[in-house]
Design a protein around this ligand. Sequence first.
Ligand code: PMP
Ligand code: GLN
Length: 378
Amino acid sequence: HPSKLPNIGTTIFTTVGNLARKHNAIDLSQGFPNFEADNRLLDLVSKAMHDGHNQYAPMPGYYGLRDVISQKIETLHGHSYHPESEITVTVGATQAIFTAITAFVHPNDEVIVLKPAYDCYEPAIALNGGVPVYLELKAPSFAVDWTAFKNLISPKTKMVIINTPHNPSGRIFSRGDMLQLQEVLRRTNILLLSDEVYEHIVFDGQQHESASRFKDLASRSFICASFGKTFHVTGWKMGYCAAPKHLMDEFRKVHQFNVFSVDHPTQRAMAEYLNTKEHYTHLNRFYQEKRDFFTKGVDGSRFICKPSQGTYFQLLDYSNITDEADTDFAKRLITDYKLASIPISSFNLNNRDDKVLRFCFAKKEETLERALDILQGI
Ligand code: PMP
Ligand code: GLN
């Protein structure tokens, strides 16, 4: 049978993770914390199970959870999404992204993607017969050239995908970026998929500029978010999508036959936990301390480091060390030095090689210390 995804292999996160385990390497590759979530949150899941919430949740999600999500967005960004019709709880941001694309992208529709790009966008576009149209963000700033962006728009453009804070670069969109985007999309029917999974991990006192803060963007946007990143529970695979009713109606047509509904006891627990704002507002500081620890630790090594503005990733430029391709150097770091990272060419960069690796600093201090010792010795 002909493959529907002839150019897609196993994701880099699986490949590198397996290699790291085989060589017993310190794993700063795939993005996940190696410390535990708050005990209170874990207890709330157990309580929800013992309270008998073990059957199907409502199709769009437990109402109490959609309600607190709606309040959270309104408090932080001043935009009101109706919990009944404009918020759906999903199996992580991955399913939110896949569902939004599937619900709207028809064969031959174009979808503008900024690359380096997180790896789940392209397969979702391709499976629906869409055509990804890439705008390259150039290292080391990864800034968007909005004139070049505007030139990519055609009568076939159905959707634009943005990701802020951006994986893997750690760059965040400024208010100026969002206003430029809003201006380019004004008076078009183009949809916006805004991947905001790192919304609560922004550094140096900067502000996360959610698409929901901009009226004309919000009216055409799917905001995709992930509790995994915010509450140190990536394995729970829970997130949500917020969008205006006319878009969410179509989104739910796909959602109900793809997953129908999401793990119920976890939704109950999350609803109660989210009532305490500090659980997510303290996260910027928590991760900034880790970023600072990691970047200061890299000082004096041969790696070039421009501190990340958001996410729990840090890019390191190794061009002072070797000419090797990033995939080869990443492999050698695992086999010879026992340290795993992600080569950023795997974020849809094809043959472009910036000589940059991505390191995840969502790790215990002792893990980061061991990794820094290795980096200092290279
Ligand atoms: N988008 C980006 C940019 C991500 O980094 C991730 C997680 N690595 C996701 C989406 C997927 O999130 P989830 O694990 O909640 O499906
Ligand atoms: N988002 C995680 C990362 O960028 C990976 C999640 C996954 O493996 N799909 O590392």
